[in-house]
Each structure stands twice: as C-alpha cells, then as structure tokens.
Design a binder for this molecule. Sequence first.
Ligand code: NAD
Length: 355
Amino acid sequence: MLRVGINGYGTIGKRVADAVRAQPDMTVSGVAKVSPDYVAIGAAEADYSLYAVDGSRTDAFHEMGLEVAGTVDDLVADSDVIVDATPSGVGAENRPLYERHETPTIFQGGEDATVAEVSFNARVNYDEATDADYVRVVSCNTTGLSRLVAPLEAAYGIEKVRATLIRRGGDPSQTGRGPINDAVPDPVSIPSHHGPDVQTIFPDLAIDTIGLKVPTTMMHVHTINVTLENPPDDDRDVRDLLAAQDRTVMVPEHARIDGAGTLKDLALDAGRPRGDIWENCIWAESITLEGNDLYCMQAIHQEADVVPENVDALRAISGHLSGPESRSLTNETLGIGFGHLDDRAIRRLEEPAAD
Ligand code: NAD
C-alpha cells in the first residue's frame, strides 16, 4: 500500500486525495492545510488526517474543533510519496522539504518544468517517470492537448499543431478572479507559453498556441488545427481513432451537447463527484479534414483532467505497475468514460422499440 500525503488541499489536492482513496493499492496518509476553513472541515469529515502547514496555527484548527495530526514536516515523514498541489510556485519552494526527507514528490503544472526531472502524461511517457524522484504532472491545458496529439502523431504523423485556448477565467471557488465581463487575450503575445509546455512532453513537436480568458468557471475550450503528415481519406477515421482512446470522449451530435455548461450538467446527471469530467470532450461534428489539415474543438475540465494523471504518476514513481496496467486500473476505479454517450447507445435510444 502506497502511503500518499497531499500537501495543498485546494481544487486539485482534494480531488487527488479522493482519487487516491479510490485505489486498491494506495492510501491517503494525510492532507496538509494552511487554514481551518470549510475545506479543512470537509477533509476532517471525509476522515483524512489533517496536518497544519504552519505549526504555529495549530491552535486555530483546535478552536474550530479540528484535530491536527502534526505539521507538514510530519506528513512528509509519514508518507511514501507526496502530491504537492500548492499554488503555482509554492511547490518549488517546498522541494527542499521533500529532499530533506528523501520523499519522492509529484508536482503540478503551475510549477516550472525545472521543478522535476520529468514532465508527465500517462499516455505518452509513463516509463520516463519510473526511476524519477520528482515528477511534474503537466497543466490541465497541456494534458488536454497531449491526449489529443499522442494518437494523431502515432497514426498519421504531425507536421504542425496550432491551437487557440479559450480559457475559463477562474475556478468556481476563485472569487478573487471576478466578477469579470470581458474576453482577454492572455497572454497577448503569441505564441502563449502552452506550446512550449506541450513540448516538455513532445520535445520535437511543432506547435503554436494562442491564449484567451473568458468569463466562465466551467471549462476550457480548445479550437485546434493539426497539419497531418499522412492524413486518412475520411475524417470518420480520425473520429474512430480518437473515440478509441481511453481518456477522450467523442461528443455525438445526437446528444445535443452544445457547450461546456451542458457537459457539466451531463457530468452532474451522471453522478460524477463534484461534476468532474476527467476526459477530453471532443465534439464529433467539429472533426473536419481539409487536405492535410485536421480541425476540431474540445472542452477540458480544468479542475479534473489532471486527477487520473496524478494517480498514474504515483504508480509510475513507485514503479509497481506498467503504464497500461495503471491507466486501466485508474480508469476503472474512477469510472472514466461516458459509455452512454457512445454513438451506438444513442442510436439504440433513437431506434423504435421492437414489437
Ligand atoms: P488552489 O489555490 O485551489 O489550492 C492550493 C491549496 O494550497 C490551497 O488550499 C492553499 O491554501 C494551499 N496552500 C497555499 N500555500 C501552501 C503551502 N505553503 N503549503 C501547503 N499548502 C498551501 O490551487 P489549485 O487550483 O488546486 O492549483 C494547485 C496546482 O495545480 C497549481 O500548480 C496549479 O497550476 C495546478 N493546476 C490547477 C488547475 C486548476 O484549474 N485549478 C488545473 C491543473 C493544474
């Protein structure tokens, strides 16, 4: 049983904790919190051992009736692996703590790539993380782009990727980022930093990205153009290829899912925890081939798509399962895939009932 400590229990940390708990080969040794807020109360109610990031604030936890198992230093000492899900840049500041305890650590995509030996995507480079002590799970956008690029590159070869990332202004709990009513080039310079981040996974890929922020908390939406080296004859081949991947969902026309809001509604209807969507959602109708140029649109749930990748990174770093074994176990335990969105299931619904 791999004992996993979570340092930074916010949007990503709390989801990773629940995903780790769902695994048969891992357990959550505890979660470290800065403040005794509603999220800390939720962690205690979920029966996670709470550790105080700042030992001098332990009394504040006690005043809220919350038991504290120790400081973050104790959590690192009590864990086989740490998932650092602190705000961007804080992970790098924490690295000496993990080094002192010789505790391998998974960092998140807000950190600079230099924080770790390997930038990680479970589909692409699982094996590279096997002997690493420090691994960075790339950002939500980079994860979404990598999942799309990997099968296209393998099947057809890629000359160039051009992607526009229409990014959510903030997560639902990030009230400090709004309210806003705008569409903001972010960054205004082109290309954005996302392309180089994808190159931490695909070093030889030619990719340019453009970023914008819009006033929604739902999901990011990517519009993508990939120039293929050897395109298939029919765009339905691309559709079948992407539909066959384990963490991409093809959104069929019949489902009448017209945007990120409907996708979130679907996830809530499906009983997904926190309405999470771990998969890339690609609109099937958007998949279009014009000569060598492939176009498509996909939605990425920023709060959720990196969660299964963190679980796989934990197995990669501990080295006890192969990449395909880990991915399949993670998919099964989390319930990844919207089987009922599958074209065939929808066609069955539309067929007249047999006499
Ligand atoms: P968040 O602000 O929701 O959560 C971070 C948590 O860490 C908060 O609870 C905060 O109080 C706590 N914290 C602050 N300083 C700390 C410290 N010194 N030690 C321990 N905990 C501390 O942030 P998030 O959105 O979960 O992002 C975490 C990381 O994941 C970042 O690198 C981010 O770029 C990356 N990421 C975020 C998203 C997203 O959309 N939210 C998606 C993918 C990756």
